[in-house]
Design a protein around this ligand. Structure first.
Ligand SMILES: Nc1ncnc2c1ncn2[C@@H]1O[C@H](COP(=O)(O)OP(=O)(O)O)[C@@H](O)[C@H]1O
Ligand SMILES: Cc1cn([C@H]2C[C@H](O)[C@@H](COP(=O)(O)OP(=O)(O)O)O2)c(=O)[nH]c1=O
Length: 195
């Protein structure tokens, strides 16, 4: 089973991944992973994130290359062996974020990004959406990169809502504005139920 965590920057994904890492109900071999990954493709992505002049279409393909490598070399092999995979960000991040950065180039940028993935990606079985308002998200994330402004995060949030409306059965919405321990407890409960 592939479970993904999604949400705005600062929504608490890393904090919840840490809590999942010490959950005793998960098999020892569970793969905890993330996008951008730690591979050299992921390094290229981080370089682009920190470059305010990066071309948004080139950036989409860097993220997508990282995803292709992640699916082929981490996600699929684990799933084929029956090992659960939990990923901090995954394809929905591209649909939501690059669905915003590419709005000046495509009529429906999110649809374009989805079409690029559709023939080869492996969709998540379930996605936990850490729901938080853009102001709190920007505050918590410290607005350290070009994606972390309130205006940008508002548009990203709208795209996440579009994705949830399209596939409500895949998403579990978690109110991430509550204290860390409560959010993490809900995430653990949701994953235990899913598995
Ligand atoms: N529920 C919460 N309430 C208050 N602060 C939180 C909460 N969850 C996370 N934080 C803090 O917000 C910051 C961003 O959290 P993090 O888990 O790194 O988010 P993300 O991985 O989604 O960007 C960290 O300083 C973290 O300690
Ligand atoms: C995976 C992914 C991340 N991003 C953005 C979201 C973040 O602003 C940035 C880095 O992601 P990440 O390191 O997960 O940031 P955070 O822990 O703050 O949520 O990259 C995209 O725009 N598209 C993507 O496909």
């Amino acid at each position: 089973m592939l479970v993904t965590l999604e949400g705005l920057d600062g929504s608490g994904k890393t904090t919840c991944m840490d809590a999942l890492g010490s959950a005793d109900f998960l098999p020892e071999e569970t793969v905890f992973t993330r996008e951008p990954t730690h591979s050299w493709y992921g390094e290229a992505v981080r370089r682009s994130i920190n470059d305010d002049e990066a071309d948004s279409l080139a950036e989409l393909f860097l993220y997508t290359a990282d995803h292709a490598d992640h699916v082929a070399n981490t996600v699929e092999p684990a799933l084929s062996a029956g090992t659960p995979v939990i990923s901090d960000r995954y394809s929905d991040s591209r649909y939501a974020y690059q669905g915003v950065t590419l709005t000046d180039r495509f009529e429906d940028a999110m649809a374009f990004v989805r079409e690029i993935h559709e023939p080869w990606t492996r969709s998540p079985d379930a996605t936990l959406y850490l729901d938080i308002d853009p102001e709190t998200a920007a505050e918590r994330s410290g607005a350290t990169n070009k994606f972390e402004t309130v205006n940008h995060l508002e548009a990203v949030q709208e795209n996440y809502e579009r994705l949830i409306a399209t596939e409500p059965e895949r998403f579990v919405r978690i109110d991430a504005s509550r204290p860390e321990a409560e959010v993490a407890a809900d995430v653990l409960d949701a994953v235990e139920t899913l598995l």
